[in-house]
Design a protein around this ligand. Structure first.
Ligand SMILES: [Zn+2]
Length: 385
């Protein structure tokens, strides 16, 4: 039954909630008419840029263009979320880091924002000053403006997602990744000082995002499995994250890529309302750790499945995540701009049909050392490279 494609021949669930109500209900573990589909990381594709005439890299510094491009995820793909940011360097740029916002290459490829200042801009914690006009600076203001514009147009019905980078990622940008990791061993006291200061940037920006109308805010903090151990999270971030969550009013969640099953119980302990996670982590195992304590968002594979897979493969992975108990189904992280709309719509289709797909049981082979797509029993894998 699974391999003849007929499992999708079921009705969509009757919709009783607005996308915003659906996301908030899923987040709190309340009953939903159907699970929400969406993301909390960048959802911009070339097709969307063409349709909205809002292009990288101009959008990064322009709130109106950001809002227009971001709304395409709701208007064109049917997602329950609108996510108005496409870069992870806005705050660092507002702090004074020199950022190149990318360009359109002659072959049509678009480069992402990056910095040549790989060692960051601060050497000592005493040098760090958060500028008085931090929220007025072009990169931060662009996101605040976008949230404000989206709030007035969609705020009653769609979940508007805000994003403020966490202190660990800010440390990568502002004192350098290598230096951050070195300090964990060489001078932990100094790193604690930096993190305590950068935490204030996260809090100031998150508060401003809620004030402009964000429904939920994601705080990406990349304590990924390939760079840090669970103990590093415990030592440097657990209490810091607890404090951030305590000082914010509104639903906040964590985004962190990579293999994170070994530290997920700490994310629960920190008190995050949701956690947006990657496909390297088996959804069933993740739900086992977080069940009823923290909502999971994600975790459809980007680099293979969404970028190169067929809609059928996308549907299978979306269904697998929902069967596991993932509360909001969508891409695992910022999607590559080449992802086709039909693959994004495939996620939405499964979310809409999910209440009538409960009897279908999928079995998948999950190997964290091998980049998914997941291999489903009895189903031939279709990925075109
Ligand atoms: Zn990510």
């Amino acid at each position: 039954m699974v391999n003849d494609g007929k499992i999708w021949d079921v009705e969509e669930a009757e919709e009783k909630l607005t996308p915003k109500e659906r996301v908030l209900a899923a987040l709190s573990g309340d009953k939903v008419d159907r699970p929400p589909a969406g993301s909390v990381t960048s959802l911009a594709t070339l097709e969307m840029m063409k349709a909205t005439n809002a292009w990288f890299p101009d959008v990064h510094l322009d709130g109106a263009k950001t809002a227009r491009l971001a709304a395409a995820a709701y208007e064109m793909a049917g997602f329950d979320t609108i996510v108005p940011y496409f870069s992870i360097l806005l705050e660092a740029a507002a702090m004074g880091l020199e950022v190149k916002w990318g360009k359109v290459m002659p072959n049509g490829d678009i480069t992402m924002p990056y910095t040549a200042q790989r060692e960051g801009i601060f050497k000592e914690p005493e040098e760090v000053r958060i500028p008085d006009d931090f929220l007025e600076r072009k990169p931060t203001k662009a996101l605040l403006d976008a949230v404000n514009l989206l709030k007035s147009k969609y705020g009653d019905k769609v979940a508007i997602v805000g994003k403020a980078m966490g202190p660990w990622t800010l440390s990568y940008h502002l004192i350098g990744t290598e230096n951050t990791l070195l300090l964990t061993k060489m001078n932990p006291k100094k790193l604690h000082k930096f993190i305590d200061i950068f935490k204030e940037i996260t809090i100031i920006f998150t508060k401003a995002l809620f004030k402009e109308g964000a429904t939920i805010v994601v705080i990406p903090d990349h304590t990924t499995g390939d760079m840090t151990s669970p103990n590093t999270y415990k030592e440097f971030l657990l209490e810091v994250h607890k404090d951030i969550i305590k000082r914010l009013k509104g639903p906040v969640g964590l985004h962190c890529c990579g293999l994170t099953l070994d530290r997920m119980q700490y994310f629960v302990e920190a008190g995050w309302n949701f956690y947006h996670f990657e496909s390297k982590n088996d959804a069933f195992k993740a739900v086992e750790i977080t069940r009823d304590k923290m909502a999971l968002f994600g975790n459809v594979n980007n680099t293979m499945t969404l970028a190169f897979g067929s809609p059928e493969q996308v549907r299978m992975e979306a269904l697998y995540a929902l069967q596991a108990g993932v509360k909001l189904v969508g891409p695992e992280c910022a999607i590559p701009t080449r992802v086709k709309l039909e693959n994004l719509r495939a996620i939405v289709e499964v979310a809409k049909k999910f209440p009538n797909l409960k009897d279908v049981k999928l079995k998948a082979q999950h190997n964290p050392n091998w980049t998914p797509p997941l291999k489903f029993e009895g189903v031939e894998l279709k990925v075109k490279l």
